[in-house]
Design a protein around this ligand. Sequence first.
Ligand SMILES: *Cc1c(COP(=O)(O)O)cnc(C)c1O
Length: 390
Amino acid sequence: MSKGRFGKFGGQYVPETLMPALAELEQAYADARADTEFHREFQELLKKFVGRPTPLYFAKRLTEVCGGAKIYFKREDLAHTGAHKINNALGQGLLAKRMNKTRIVAETGAGQHGVATAATCAMLGLGCVVYMGTDDIARQQPNVFRMKLLGAEVREVNAGSRTLKDAINEALRDWVTNVRTTHYLLGSALGPHPYPTMVREFQSVIGREAKQQILDAEGKMPTTLIACVGGGSNSIGLFDAFRDDEVEFIGVEAGGHGIESGKHAARFAERGVGVLHGTYTYLLQSEDGQVRETHSISAGLDYPAVGPEHAEFFETERAGYTYATDEEALDAFQKISHYEGIIPALESAHAVAEVLKRAPEMKRDEIVIVNLSGRGDKDLQTVMKEISDL
Ligand SMILES: *Cc1c(COP(=O)(O)O)cnc(C)c1O
């Protein structure tokens, strides 16, 4: 199998100018991975800066309402800065320091990765520039302000669909130009090798903790794991520790206004493959092969490609993929707020929507773990516009 491949997916489809940077990163990551001091520092900061381990919480009322499987939430919403993104930002931030880089560039969609990166850079004393699409800046104002407070420069990207895809283009351009001083801190399990593997490994703490926690709580393995899939990092982070176990994996993509409308980000519902941002994977494209504009109520799921390991999981049927529409996500958002006292990120609400469909059909001795990838504070502005009758 060639380097950085997941079956036939993944790889390094980048211009020659980017190859030395990727080679340097690959080597530095391999060295760090083998260094116990790197792991010690990472674990220490996961504990004291991020606040890990995050709890595995039994959703008693939602379980009663659904009347089927026991529902547990992995509470990544309680991680520092409000989502799982910080696990990866911290790992790569420490790696950048090892590489003697003084400046970080990052892209952000929902703003969560930008905030996690800005916080990490502040803590480690690194410069930070975050690229963000004009549309995302408009719908994620509180996070834009947070990034600035944390000392980052937020650069607006007013090109293409003015969302995450275009922000990644700009961050890659910046990296190529300034590679001597700069590390590109990519926020999900996508892009060229080594990113999909490296990001998965930094996020795999989610599943390692969840496995121990469910064994402590229930004395047995879960039946099903459910997570939303944007680029695919919180889901692969939850799934990884269970990959050799008899546990079902379900990824939930953004169904937007519905598949027929064309306005969605459900890559596996349309089944086109191609290359975007250096990786070969499932990709939403027009009939003549152009990358399509996507739509989701949640900025963090609004991306036309999916991480290459998910493409392999899809083809080998290791995981099943489905979607929740904007409307279903909004409904789930309100239900978990109401029944559990937890306001989730709109991204995570897609995963909750799926458990609301699935749990009632399951047996009472079965267990589902849903990854609550983030908290909903950042989405209140969006949700207030959508819900008028509380
Ligand atoms: C960014 C984000 C996502 C989507 O990204 P993945 O890489 O697929 O995890 C999901 N939930 C939240 C809260 C996010 O911030």
